[in-house]
Design a protein around this ligand. Structure first.
Ligand SMILES: [Zn+2]
Length: 493
């Protein structure tokens, strides 16, 4: 006869040993025991994954590590996933879900939540998709964490939708329509149910994972996509082509709040760069107000831009403070003419044009001195003409002036904004800029809370056959114009 206490002891042991199968849905379950790869199985390169100091360390040739434990037999449909992740410089990794076993190669089934802060490889293909991207379907092009720092990657899959969070901030969302556009080879990249796998991308990518856990969620109603099928297809094709769909020229104007910008971003699949106006008599006017502003946007899922105002901005901020921004842009709409009139070209009563030719000569000279001397990434509102002469745009922007404009951009590696609000520059100018190797950015320069949908930019993608290599993206720390070029003492010319 067995004593009750012994029986209780044995039962407890059994419960502990098989605790996974007793987990209830809706509770977090650890998938990694912290000591070895029990429950996990690698495919093509088994030694790409090892356990180091309680973490899974991906360090080896391309391979995928599948969770093959008892819990739900590794097959998950609706769930939340969390892991602590640490990348090293140039790491590329990811978590693939709703996938299937496959002997080798990139996984053809399911979606990948991308992990990449600074991956750069020599060769023809430049990977632009950053951590938090739903790889190739809704990309994140802005930085969401740093290398060599642990961050929490968290995503939530419900029926036809996924939301991605980094360190508790939602950075991305994708709601898949019925029968979405897919390239022929990618027809299994859809929501379904399936395995979870950790990606080791290549032998140069080193990534750590720990505290890997999952919470199974109940079946739910499908979510209605926020846009129509036509928009979804257009955006998905661009994301699939690694094309940075970014509006770098957004202002919090007309009552527009940053939360609304972010909501719009997730809805449309457009990344945004939000910029305050920085200069004399603007709210951001010195280092102190710059850092105060930066505190309000630091952890937001956007690019942080600086619109440099007037020509005085170079004397108001330190290079270190300017380098806090992801990028800097300015236009040539505010300047003082030869007779001493300080003009703002969009203000009708501040424009002085006695002679159109003379005005144009002064304008192109101003543009040249700004672009060649100020440490900026993008020239915005480009080729803008005041309302009184705007209808003579094609006549006044002569070939000679266009050539000077394009040359100063190319020589100084300053990107050219395709402005969707003013629909400038003209196709002719953009074509010449492309031939000269100038990079482009998209921008709205909104004055109201309506951000629009980059119509003119999308037209130009088609007309100029732009691909991702034609497009601007902010430079990493240490390579920004203000860091390499420095601030000039004064602007001459
Ligand atoms: Zn602006």
């Amino acid at each position: 006869m067995i004593k009750i206490s012994t029986l209780f002891f044995i039962t407890s042991l059994i419960i502990i040993a098989t605790s996974c199968s007793f987990q209830k849905d809706g509770e977090w379950v650890n998938l990694f025991n912290g000591t070895d790869l029990t429950d996990w199985e690698a495919n093509e390169n088994k030694d790409a994954f090892k356990v180091v100091d309680g973490t899974i360390f991906c360090d080896g040739k391309r391979s995928h590590l599948f969770y093959k434990g008892d819990y739900k037999k590794g097959v998950f449909k609706n769930f939340e996933f969390k892991a602590m992740v640490k990348t090293l410089p140039s790491s590329n990794s990811g978590i693939v879900f709703h996938t299937q076993e496959q002997a080798r190669g990139p996984l053809l089934v399911g979606y990948e939540v991308q992990i990449n802060h600074s991956y750069e490889r020599e060769g023809d293909f430049q990977e632009l998709k950053k951590t938090g991207s739903i790889y190739g379907y809704r990309n994140v092009y802005f930085p969401t964490h740093n290398d060599e720092e642990w961050f929490e990657l968290h995503f939530k899959v419900i029926e036809n939708s996924v939301e991605v969070f980094v360190n508790g901030t939602k950075v991305n969302e994708y709601i898949q329509p019925d029968d979405p556009w897919r390239r022929k080879n990618d027809k299994y990249q859809k929501f379904n149910r399936g395995l979870i796998a950790i990606q080791c991308h290549d032998e140069f990518s080193k990534t750590y994972f720990k505290d890997i856990k999952i919470k199974v969620l109940p079946d739910a109603e499908k979510i209605t996509p926020p846009t129509d099928k036509e928009w979804d297809t257009k955006i998905t094709k661009l994301h699939h082509a690694n094309f940075p769909v970014v509006d770098f020229h957004v202002h919090l104007k007309g009552g527009l709040k940053i939360e609304e910008v972010i909501e719009n971003s997730m809805k449309l699949g457009i990344n945004y760069g939000v910029a305050p106006n920085c200069g004399l008599h603007f709210p951001v006017t010195d280092d102190k107000s710059l850092y105060a502003y930066m505190d309000t946007v630091k952890s937001k899922p956007i690019f942080r831009g600086m619109q440099a105002e007037g020509r005085e901005w170079i004397s108001l901020f330190s290079p270190e403070a300017i380098a806090e921004f992801d990028y800097v842009f300015t236009d040539a709409m505010t300047w003082t003419d030869n007779e001493g009139h300080r003009m703002r070209l969009w203000m009708e009563d501040e424009v002085f044009i006695k002679n159109e030719e003379d005005f144009m000569n002064q304008l192109i000279s101003k543009i040249e001195s700004i672009i060649s001397q100020e440490p900026i990434d993008i020239h915005v509102n480009p080729t803008f003409l005041p309302a009184v002469i705007a209808d003579k745009y094609d006549e006044l922007w002569t070939d000679e002036r266009i050539d000077r404009f394009v040359k100063v951009l190319a020589d100084n590696h300053v990107a050219l904004e395709i402005n969707s609000r003013y629909r400038i520059p003209s196709e002719k100018i953009l074509r010449k800029a492309k031939e000269a190797g100038v990079k482009f950015s998209f921008g709205t320069n909104n004055v109201t809370s309506e951000l629009g949908q980059l119509d003119y930019c999308f037209e130009m993608i088609e007309k100029l056959k732009l691909n991702y290599k034609d497009m601007f993206l902010p430079k990493p720390k240490g390579q920004k114009p203000v860091e390499t070029k420095g601030l000039p003492k004064e602007i001459t010319g």
